[in-house]
Design a binder for this molecule. Sequence first.
Ligand code: RIB
Length: 273
Amino acid sequence: RMVMKKSLTIGIIVPDITNPFFATLVKGIEDVLFSSGFMTILCNVDMNLTKGKKAIEALNHRGVDGVILASSGISITEVLNQELLQKIPIIELDQQVTTQTFDSVRTDDYRGGELVATLLNDTKHKQAVALFPKDMSPNILKRLVGFTDNFNGQVEVLPTELSKQSGKEMVRTILNTNATAIFAANDEIAFGVYAGLSEVGKKVPDDYSVVGYDNIEMSEYVYPPLTTVSQPIFELGQKTADLLIDRINHPDKDETELILPVTLIERLSVARP
Ligand code: RIB
């Protein structure tokens, strides 16, 4: 790869800047980059492929030294053409593609899904719904597979976007199932579910147990405090920035794949049915 270090700027592409997951993530990235003398250009692409492509091209025109693609909405192979791939160091964050090798940093999504399954098994749930996007990025798919592989009861997967609104809208559908437990692909969906359930007079965890994913700060402050899987979000950002700087300084080194651990944070949103 031909890399000329020149602009001391890095592009960060995120799918949804209103989701606090990405605020904490960018904070971690920026923390490392800033102290190493890099400025960041942040692009929000609304989980939109066309916007993602345009953002990468624009970043390339500005001569960025590298790009961090933090996307659960768009996949790296779709946004990048080969020419750009040769030119700019790119770190793929929080997803894993199989077709091409990049440096990548992610968390143990399979294990996260497994932790949720174990919790719901232990609390004797037999019917669960999983609220997951229709077009899942590889990391989020692993999360779901970790869950379905290990949950002893029945799981119905209901296609839900990674947003509060989509979680709220899904409540009508959930009410028509026999589920006693709801596993949301991220905390944002879980917050939407909380709102939707309270609108129809249903209580968490008395009527439904709810488990989120991410452990964004807010999950501790909703009522009842949300049981969720914690990703080391800030550290994920820091490690990604470290890796990118290392790549810029050593363009020909072997690709690295980092997987960070996750933990279950048990709060008050899960009970026996
Ligand atoms: O909330 C955003 C989700 O997209 C997170 O779970 C993260 O892992 C990302 O892929």
